[in-house]
Write a protein that binds this ligand. Sequence first.
Ligand SMILES: *[C@@H]1O[C@H](CO)[C@@H](O)[C@H](O)[C@H]1NC(C)=O
Ligand SMILES: *[C@@H]1O[C@H](CO)[C@@H](O)[C@H](O)[C@H]1NC(C)=O
Ligand SMILES: *[C@@H]1O[C@H](CO)[C@@H](O)[C@H](O)[C@H]1NC(C)=O
Ligand SMILES: *[C@@H]1O[C@H](CO)[C@@H](O)[C@H](O)[C@H]1NC(C)=O
Ligand SMILES: *[C@@H]1O[C@H](CO)[C@@H](O)[C@H](O)[C@H]1NC(C)=O
Length: 417
Amino acid sequence: MQHFFFTIFLLLSSSCFIYQTTSKSTIEPCSNSDTCSSLVGYTLYTDLKVSEVASLFQTDPISLLTTNAIDISYPDVENHILPAKLFLKVPVTCSCVDGIFKSAFVHYKTRPSDTLSLIADTVYGGLVSADQIKEGNPSAVGSDPSVLNVGTNLWIPLPCTCFNGTDNNLPAIYMSYVVRPVDTLAGIAARYSTTLTDLMNVNALGSPAIKEDDILAIPLSACASSFPRFASDYALSVANGSYAITASHCVQCSCGPGSRNLYCMPASLAVSCSSMQCKSSNLMLGNVTVQQTGGGCNVTSCNYGGFVNGTIITTLSSSLQPRCPGPQQFPPLVVPPTSVGPDVMFAPAPSPSESGGAPMDGPHSSVVPASGSVIAFPPSGGPSGSASSACLLNPLASFPIAILLYLCVKYVISLPL
Ligand SMILES: *[C@@H]1O[C@H](CO)[C@@H](O)[C@H](O)[C@H]1NC(C)=O
Ligand SMILES: *[C@@H]1O[C@H](CO)[C@@H](O)[C@H](O)[C@H]1NC(C)=O
Ligand SMILES: *[C@@H]1O[C@H](CO)[C@@H](O)[C@H](O)[C@H]1NC(C)=O
Ligand SMILES: *[C@@H]1O[C@H](CO)[C@@H](O)[C@H](O)[C@H]1NC(C)=O
Ligand SMILES: *[C@@H]1O[C@H](CO)[C@@H](O)[C@H](O)[C@H]1NC(C)=O
């Protein structure tokens, strides 16, 4: 329930009373230094290389892959071509911009025949509106938004939420999700292991009715770290089913299915890394030994304690537990996708074998597309942005309706026709 009080609805563009379509998104107020890791749900509009998707969101290709539990040990994986319509979770830093959480660091460099609506609706899949890009880039866009100079650097203000990294007092990471025509709130709740009530609370929905292009904040259960504040990966949190890569690509952490404990081990790409052995023991990061004793099970583990001044902090811990724990379960890794299934959603592979074995054992058999493939550009004949966009409302919940209507009318009148 606490989210209700933090959540206000923003009427996006196209919301003038003339056009009855209103897209909603959940916005969360913040103060200047607030920041968190968040995700956006993104559907590829065309075939794109891993590195191209990453650069659209200014994220690291390896983090993009591990967030989606895609095997990074695959050869030349950053140049792998991902198929159009693939759904990915993209990690973005959620920062406080003018009192509201947004992606502060996502930028886009315009290409020939780009329009604001093409960038908003197609390239960024409806995560942002043309008006929001225009409002966020007053000097770059100018008075005629249909004329964009090629190579203009545009800030892309994507919606994101932090809600203190918790949902119902349990660790959570929030994903901004654009509703598709086939979606129901119950279906989304089931897909992301949450409940209808929780989604309604988080998004302050009065009813479970949702519309195409609404943007929901979906809480994904997560495992939180307790690294010291001076660690560069302080507050690392990993969503259920994902991996996070940290410590200069040396350490990977995950939240095992059915567990709330963050589990970290050397990353498969670890090359020149500082020592990952626990002091005064022969255990490496991620190693666990169990010893049945009269009083219970003596569990000793070598754990990751954060990345401090370029050093991987390890801590050895021992505890006496009533029962010996089973093998650690890891999120199943998938090979880089080359096609999209019939339901057009990227679904992770079925659960790992009961061995709970190493997470890097994914199959390596699927075919890598030839590296000379054509890089697709956005279709040039996309919808052109113009008359249907109407008033841009500032996200002030208490804005009197009369002023909104006035601004609407004023904006419509001022539209170049
Ligand atoms: C945020 O969560 C932390 C614990 O994770 C808690 O100590 C703190 O009070 C919370 N802050 C707010 C504003 O809820
Ligand atoms: C994590 O995901 C798995 C499968 O996706 C699901 O069965 C499980 O309930 C989830 N765990 C939590 C704590 O949400
Ligand atoms: C300890 O961890 C390393 C690295 O993950 C692994 O190669 C090794 O097999 C583990 N040893 C034991 C005893 O679990
Ligand atoms: C548990 O095992 C560790 C090393 O294996 C040992 O140092 C520690 O004393 C043991 N603790 C208990 C309570 O047996
Ligand atoms: C990191 O290194 C700097 C300079 O080398 C030092 O001043 C600082 O105390 C170190 N921080 C930690 C947490 O060790």
